[in-house]
Structures are given as C-alpha cells and as structure tokens.
Design a protein around this ligand. Structure first.
Ligand code: BGC
Length: 693
C-alpha cells in the first residue's frame, strides 16, 4: 500500500481548479500532515541563492523568482514576477504607471489590465504577481509615487482591489508595501510614528479592501511603524491583518532587507522570506522550533496559508489561454493605449485652445528632450521591458502624417528654438521627470524627488517661449504632482501625461488632435507650494504621520490648490442635476442609494468621472470636511443624459476609537456632495441622518 507521502507526490495539481474552499482546506491539511518540519521550514523561504540575487542586479526578474518549491512532495511553490506597470519578466506589455491608471478612475479598465497582466505572467511561467502597490501618497516627493494610485484611501482601495480581481483570474496577487511606506531614500531605516486612528482610517483601509477581495498575499514594507520593522510588527501582521481582518492568505517580506531577525518575523506573522534564505534559514527555523523559541503551530499556520493559496491558484496551464502569442498581443497593446488615453489629465485649456484642428495647421514644433525619450518611469523593481515605446514626437508625427510639417528641437539653445518656432501654428513643449530624478532608490538614480518644480532651465524655457508665442502647449511627464506656479498663467494649455506606457505618444497625439476627448482626473492634489503639504524630509529616519494630507489637509486649512484632487478638463461640458437619496434617514444596517443625472451639454462625446464626498455634521471627533466615498465613470454622447447610481454603506462612515479599539458609527447628520471634482464650488448637496431611533 502507498504511504501518505507517495500519494501526495502523485497529486495532480492541475486538477484542483474546481475544488470548494472546504476541500482546498482539507487538502492543504493533508499535505501539511505529510510534510517534515524541514520541508515546512523550506516552504517559508525563497529558493534563490545569494549568487542569483547578485545576478538580479544585472537584469532583475528576467525569469520568475521561486519560493517554497518542495520537489520531494511535488509541491510547486510560488513563481514571482514584479509589477505594477506590467509584467517585469522579459518583454511584456508596458501599461501606464499606476498613478496614471489612478487618474482613469476606471475600475473596470483596471480589472482588464489585471487580466492581461495575469495572462502574460502565466504565459511566462509566473504564478504570483507582486505588483499591487497601494501605498497612500502622503507627499508627492515620494520617489515611488508612480507605483501607487493616489492619495485617497477609498480610491486606492477601489483601484487596487480591481487590479487584484483582474490578476487573480489567473494567478496570485500580492498587495504591498504593508504599511506606511512613503519615503524612499531612508526606507530601510525610517520609523513612522502614527496614532492608531490615523493608521486604521487613513493608511490601512485600502489594504483591508484588497483583503476583502481575497488577495492571496501581502508584502510587508521595509520601514518601521511605531518602532518596529513592518516585517517584525506583530500589531500590523497578526493583530490587524490576520486577526481583525481575517486575512486567509500569506505574508511575504519585501526583498532582502525586509526583515532583520527571522525569529521575530515568524512570531510577528511573516510566512515567507523573499527572495532567498537569509534571516529565516530552514535549519534555523527547525532549531527554533526544537528549542521552543517558536511554536510549531505558527509554522503550521504559515505553511497552511501558503498551501491553501497555491492549491486555489493551481490552475491548468491551458496552452490556448497561456502562450507566447499573448505577450504584447495586439489586444494588450490596445489596452495600454486605452489606459493612456483615459489617464491623461487636461489641466488647462484657455479659450478652447485644444484640440488642434489638423486642417488649419501647417507646422508644429515639438520641443524638449523628453519628446524623443522612451520615458516609461522608474528603472527599479517595477521596470517593464516592452518591445517598443511610442514617444511624444513619434505619436505626433504619426498622427499628422505628411500633411503637416513637424519640426523637433531639443530646446537646448533658446535663440535657435525661438527661430524654429517663428512660423509654427502650435508649439508643444515636453518637460518633466525621468527615472533619474524619481523612482526606487537605485545606484544610478531614482529616490525621492529633490524638487516638485520643473528644472530651472525648463521653467525658463517655458517662460521665454510664452513671452513670444501664444500657442504653446506644455506636456508634463512624471509620477506625481508638479508645481507650476512660476509659469502656469502664461500658457494656454497644459496636459499631465504621467509615465504613459508604451503607447503614450499615440495617446498624447489622440488628445491633442481631438481624436479622443480628455477624461483623466487627478488622483492627487497639485499644490501651489510646499507649505500646502505635510512635512517631508527624504533624509529623515524618524517622522510622524498625521491625520491630514492631500485634499483633506487643503480643505482643513482652507488652502487653494493649483489643481484640486479629482480635477480634470474635457473638450465638452457636463451638467449635474437632480441629486436624490433613496432615504433621508437610515438605520446603521441600511444602505443608501444616491442618484444623479449627468448631461453632456457640449457638442462632442466624452467620458465623465463623477465623485461622491461625505461630510460629517456635529461629529464628536475631528473629521475631514469631505471624504471621498464613491465615484463613477460614464460615457455620454453629446446632449445625452444618464442617471448614475452610487451606493453608500454606513459602515464606511465610521471612525476608529483608539481608546475602545472599536469602529464607531455616529448617529448624526451626514452631508452628501456630488460633483466633478473635490472643489467646493462644484457640488450638488443633500443630507441624510443615520439613526437607530
Ligand atoms: C521593492 C518591492 C519589490 C521587491 C522585489 C523591493 O526593493 O520595494 O516593491 O517588489 O524589491 O524586487
């Protein structure tokens, strides 16, 4: 008769696809029971050698990074690919960065992007996507701003969980970096002091939403929170994530310096050390269990968590779905284009300067080094290698064909530029940031931004050209907010294109010439100056994160931003009417339906992003003036009206009481604000009451 180990070895992992959660749990327990302590310990560590890790410095993640592959029992383990801009392995579709996708406010699109990422990853041998970055942007100087979706916990949760949904149609997804990771240069040392209410209400809800979407894994962050490294932080990992939120997946460390002490990490709730066995060497784990420093129950819990997810995602390697033709397929390229088109934000458009009418143009001048640069963003762990990139200049040249003269100038010699622009019908100035000034902190550059302004030279270039020519369009590239005060008033049209991915140049031209109507809206505030932002110091090892940042801070202090959160222009106009609530008094258990009619009152088709904010009247605690709690993107033909319907769950209006350690839903009157941005003047308003009486 076969022994248990032989029967485990003979399991066909591809047949697990349709197992119920109960059966998956039973199977995981059966496999666990057959494993030796040594094998369980192996399951908790990356398979890579130190030498291989050194190799990663040459071309990081060219092939999947394995962890917990137990050959003796035929247990496959995880095969990691990074993101979020696409699949980091080899050559894959390069989508716009997450911050750009945040500006689409399009959850359905994000699910489709996740789906494409899942297919491309699995087609290249990965079963785990480590690219759902949902750190809240506390300050726009954060070097890795481009990897996340924005500054608001509700919006971040919606976008992040959409990516999880899409990816997990195929492989496991991992949300990172848990938690409070938003200063890059000192990320290995930084201690973030934060009170419990701020942590729960501002820095964690988006992680909770991904957990509620059944994300398979969470990556702990490098930094410390309240004195303890995130990978050693029992409060974050065990109390909140695994107990309060009932997270069923497993925790991996951030790479190499994610933990400093294996024992502390396991006790705190880390399940896998990535990418190689260093602080959690299997031999040590066996020893710690042997001498009672770690209970074997903890090891069993960790391994069960990993096995349950691996069984759940042990889908068939169906060659019809997963094959090399899916990688940078026509369909995925079109998706990258759609995302770029929807993510570009038209910040300014005086006297309808844009779109340019091709029929009345003879000559366009395109200026700036970034116009010819394949500027995809950061070159750290999120770098994707697409087979081609359409630059802004190429996009414009392709759009106008032979009919219009397109002249390029790198902008280095001001006198020459002015000459070139003399008889131009439009001047497109492309400026902004690259992987050198912002991104993951690498030896060749990146890190936190030194300045939120353009370079002095670029500001001077813009000002000098705007003095002579009134037909300049400024196109800005970058991962987060740019301060434009010095020159904003002088320029009729400004576009924020972020790092728009491999089809970015095509998308830019589509917007400039009106083939596509702009629809992106800012997922972060663009401030007028640094004084409007919380304190940020990229050299600090100690910082306190307060309750307010971004638009909430602006609202609280009465600051007027350069461009508000949720703001973006279109070539058409929209009118909001008939705000109506399903009820004006609800019990804490009831949900509220909020309806509104939106009309495209202009002459061309467009897509509008409507936003719902909530205000708290007479709350017993300090609360934001307005809190984003819903949004919807709709497509409207000229003169068409549609009704949108948003649902509010009272639970989401609770505040966290640090004393009682409970969420409190107040029985007070709440204000409802619906409009096209977070700007006060734009809203339709109503109120409702929550009451048990
Ligand atoms: C980054 C993570 C990344 C990991 C693997 C770390 O340096 O912080 O975001 O997933 O490396 O490359």
């Amino acid at each position: 008769m076969k022994n248990v180990r032989e029967s485990i070895l003979e399991l066909n992992w591809e047949s697990f696809e349709n197992l119920s959660p109960e059966k998956r749990g039973d199977l995981a327990k059966k496999i666990l029971a057959a494993m030796t302590l040594e094998e369980k310990a192996e399951k908790m560590a990356g398979d890579d050698s130190f030498i291989h890790v050194i190799g990663m410095l040459i071309h990081y993640n060219k092939s999947p990074i394995s962890a917990g592959n137990i050959e003796e029992l035929g247990i496959p383990g995880i095969e990691f690919t990074d993101g979020p801009r696409g699949v980091v392995l080899n050559h894959s579709t390069c989508f716009p960065v997450s911050m750009a996708r945040g500006a689409t406010w399009d959850k359905e699109l994000e699910i489709r992007i996740g789906n494409a990422i899942g297919i491309e990853a699995k087609s290249q041998g990965a079963n785990f996507f480590g690219g759902v970055c949902i750190n809240l942007l506390r300050h726009p100087a954060w070097g890795r701003a481009q990897e996340t979706y924005g500054e608001d916990p509700y919006h971040l949760g919606e976008m992040g969980s959409a990516l999880v949904q899409g990816v997990q149609q195929h492989i496991m997804a991992c949300a990172k970096h848990y938690a409070c990771n938003s200063i890059e240069n000192t990320r290995f040392k930084l201690n973030v002091q934060i009170d419990e209410r701020t942590l729960r209400e501002v820095y964690l809800p988006h992680f909770k939403k991904c957990v509620d979407t059944n994300v398979a894994s969470i990556m702990s962050a490098y930094n410390r929170v309240n004195g303890s490294y995130c990978g050693h932080n029992e409060h974050l990992l065990r109390d909140i994530l695994k107990k309060d939120w009932n997270f069923q997946g497993f925790v991996i460390t951030d790479f190499v310096f994610g933990i400093r002490d294996g024992k502390k990490a396991i006790n705190a709730g880390v399940d896998i050390e990535m990418p190689y066995q260093w602080k959690m060497k299997p031999k040590k784990i066996v020893k710690w269990v042997g001498n009672g420093e770690i209970s074997e129950d903890l090891i069993d819990d960790a391994v069960l968590r990993i096995l349950r997810q691996e069984i759940k995602f042990a889908k068939k390697q169906d060659p019809e779905v997963y094959n090399s033709s899916t990688i940078v397929s026509e369909e995925h390229k079109m998706l990258a284009l759609e995302a770029a088109q929807k993510s570009i934000v038209l910040l300014k458009n005086e006297h309808h300067f844009l779109p340019l009418k091709s029929s009345s143009l003879k000559k366009i001048v395109v200026i700036g080094q970034l116009a010819t640069m394949k500027n995809l963003g950061d070159k750290g762990s999120s770098r994707v290698y697409p087979p081609y990139v359409v630059t802004p200049l190429e996009g414009i040249q392709k759009a106008v064909g032979e009919d219009i003269e397109v002249v390029y100038d790198n902008g280095k010699n001001l006198q020459k530029v002015k000459q070139v622009c003399m008889d131009a019908d439009a001047v497109v100035i492309v400026v902004g940031f690259t992987y050198k000034e912002e991104g993951e902190n690498m030896t060749f550059g990146g890190g936190d931004r030194d300045s939120l302004r353009l370079t002095e030279y670029d500001e001077h270039l813009i000002l000098s050209l705007s003095e002579v020519f009134n037909n300049c369009i400024v196109v800005m590239e970058g991962g987060s907010a740019i301060i434009t005060e010095k020159w904003r008033q002088n320029i009729p049209a400004i576009l924020m294109v972020w790092y728009p991915g491999m089809e970015g140049g095509t998308a830019l031209a589509d917007l400039i010439f009106g083939k596509v109507n702009p629809s992106g809206k800012l997922p972060i505030v663009f401030p007028k100056n640094l004084e409007q932002l919380p304190h940020f110091d990229s050299k600090t090892k100690e910082i306190e994160y307060g309750y307010y940042h971004g638009y909430r801070l602006m609202d609280k202090e009465g600051y007027e931003p350069a461009f508000p959160f949720g703001y973006g222009l279109s070539y058409t106009t929209y009118t909001y009417k008939n705000l109506r609530l399903s009820k004006h008094k609800i019990s804490p258990e009831e949900s509220l339906e909020i309806k509104i009619d939106i009309t495209n009152s202009g002459t061309i088709k467009g897509e509008e992003i409507a936003q719902l904010y909530i205000g708290y009247n007479n709350s017993s605690v300090d609360r934001p003036l307005r809190d984003l709690k819903g949004f919807a993107r709709i497509s409207l033909n000229s003169q068409e009206t549609k009704t949108i319907s948003l649902h509010l769950n009272p639970k989401d209006l609770s505040y966290y009481d640090s004393k009682t350690q409970k969420w409190v839903l107040e029985e007070i009157t709440y204000s409802v604000y619906v409009g096209p941005s977070s700007q006060e003047t734009d809203f339709l308003e109503a109120t409702f009451e929550i009451s048990t009486a």
